[in-house]
Design a protein around this ligand. Structure first.
Ligand code: ATP
Ligand code: MG
Length: 308
């Protein structure tokens, strides 16, 4: 049973295609990651799945409701946290919670109960009089999530919920997402932070409106990276990169902090080959590494650019 079924979903703005007929399914209770660079089409796709933007063609079933034919039913049955949290800065914390409770038609008793819950997950117990605009980013983000799910939807869409907040707040926020998922709630979340994709059960990578990879993080590493990845620590990273890029045994290069990552093909016989070509640029170490998702994505995006 899928919570979300997306079928050839497409959105054109004039003659520009923002989402190019994408299809995928999300299981109940899954944390599903939507990854892609700026302008890839993530927000456009999410808005269509939430029933607030009409697709040019295609459809999606969200909890069984069609976004093309029953967008209002979709809206009532989901939670949506937009990219620029939808809280009112000039209202107090309590007023924001009351507002969202009202939008979703909660009874007074239900609202009182859910308000306590939202205040608790936002770490704002007994502080509902504070002006929302004065809250720190991490707290505001938790409050935004709480209000987005105040009506206990079974499916939640979070559009870059962790952008612009510190790493500790981000980690705490992911704990909240995992709690929702363990209660059987389906969470579709977009992020720029590739390390956050590791929290997701499944991921899709979109580029210019197309899905270019899908699967779990582990599957993606196995499926898309056939070559070994080496991490090279050398004295001068930029000079080292210039030398390596010219080698026949090097397929791709990227810089990771003070190190260089290269993906190598069959032309590399042993590491001595690398030590010798880098002679003037002292190599301190060469290690075969377990690829990160970033390695996978760089590989896929470079491949796509070369084809185009
Ligand atoms: N209403 C619109 N009219 C015209 N073009 C639009 C409109 N909305 C979005 N676009 C374009 O569609 C493309 C996809 O935008 P979208 O906001 O979906 O990307 P995104 O993946 O969410 O990016 P970001 O990571 O920056 O949030 C962009 O090129 C954007 O300029
Ligand atoms: Mg966006």
């Amino acid at each position: 049973m899928f919570s979300i079924e997306v079928k050839k979903l497409r959105k054109e703005f004039g003659n520009f295609t923002a989402v190019n007929g994408i299809s995928f399914n999300v299981k109940k209770g899954e944390i599903f990651g939507f990854l892609g660079a700026n302008g890839a089409g993530k927000t456009t796709a999410i808005k269509m799945m939430c029933g607030i933007l009409q697709p040019t063609s295609g459809d999606a079933l969200i909890g069984g409701f069609s976004i093309a034919n029953e967008p209002n039913k979709v809206k009532l049955n989901i939670g949506y946290m937009s990219q620029h949290f939808s809280l009112y800065n000039d209202l107090s914390v309590g007023e924001n919670i009351d507002f969202f409770g009202g939008v979703y038609g909660l009874s007074r008793r239900e609202l009182a109960k859910r308000k306590e819950w939202v205040l608790e997950i936002a770490n704002l117990k007994n502080e509902q009089k504070i002006l929302t605009g004065s809250l720190p980013g991490g707290i505001k983000q938790r409050l935004a999530l709480g209000t987005a799910v105040i009506h206990k939807p079974q499916i939640v869409f979070l559009d870059e919920p962790t952008s612009g907040v510190d790493p500790i707040s981000r980690r705490l926020f992911w704990e909240l997402i995992q709690n929702l998922s363990s209660e059987g709630i389906t969470v579709l979340v977009t992020t720029h932070y590739l390390e956050e994709a590791e929290y997701c059960n499944n991921i899709i990578l979109i580029d210019a409106g197309d899905i270019i990879a899908s699967g779990s993080s582990k599957e993606m590493k196995e499926k898309y990276l056939k070559n070994d990845i080496l991490e090279i620590e050398c004295e001068n990273v930029i000079a080292g990169l210039e030398i390596l890029e010219k080698q026949k045994f090097v397929e791709e290069t990227s810089i990771f902090g003070n190190n260089i990552h290269i993906s190598v093909n069959k032309y590399l016989e042993d590491f001595d080959q690398i030590y010798s070509i880098m002679e003037n640029n002292k190599v301190k170490s060469i290690n075969k590494i377990v690829p990160t998702l970033e390695d996978v994505f760089i590989h896929l995006l470079e491949q796509r650019r070369n084809v185009k």
